[in-house]
Design a protein. Sequence first.
Length: 318
Amino acid sequence: MLLPLVRRLASMLTTLFGVLVVVFVILRLLPGNAVTASLGVNAGLLSRAQLQAIDKFYGVGESIPQQFFSWLWSMLHGNLGVSLSSREPVSTLVGSALPVTLELAVMSMILGILIGVGFGMIGALHPDRWQDDVGQGLAVFGLSVPSFVIGTVLITYLASIFHYFPSSLGFVGLFTNPWLNLQQVFFPALTLSFGIGAAIMRTTRAAVLEIKNLNFSRTARGKGMSQIAYVWRHLFLNALVAITTMSGIQFGYLLGGAVIVEDIFVLPGIGRLLITSITDRDFPVVQSVTLIFAAGFIVVNTLIDISYTIIDPRTRSR
């Protein structure tokens, strides 16, 4: 067991390092930097010597390898740096934004799994009937319509018809005002859950339909097993590996969609922080947020791989 864990850890670290290098280089290829972005047109009033002095003060005047290894060394010592636009520690900005994104992610995954597994099971148990048609229609809608379109339409409809403006009060934490917090997070989570649920629904339906045609499944029905026991023990549990795999894949979709949806619904999460930091050329914040996204995706997929040994005992010997 030790060797596979070491290999998996080494793979995780290698992937994270590769992500950091790619993001670091791409940011430096963009025109301008944090200094010119913050100064705007006033940058043209400074002399070349003044610009070089400012670049040296913020550390953006060094060579790209020097900047990268300097930032990497600081990060390994727990120092994510200081935001070049707000002058606050990056750890403070990330610490205040991360709980919002985590709450949104958890609620989105819960809604997506409920939608996907629920309609997928119903469609597989009633193939080519109206129940299946409803689920297939929702799947096509969720897969074809981008989350930012769903979010824009949803917030416009709620505001114009119901005069619903929960974001106008400012975001409140879950433990400060649970009811208002739920109102502010539910609709962004619902927006993201359509795409997540659509993919999970199609996977669930296909897996259950395949299992229904296997010999052990037909034997269980022929022996007179109750419907509830048959659906739970023989259909759902055997389809759980496929459902879990797709849920892990959709977590990557969730991270990408959360960036836009948080901005649409004015949620002060990691996604909105990332958009603002890219606009301001705030390299330390962008690098740290990207690292968090990559680490979250890798950790979730690693946990899903480990969960296979719990779901399916046959994988323990691999």
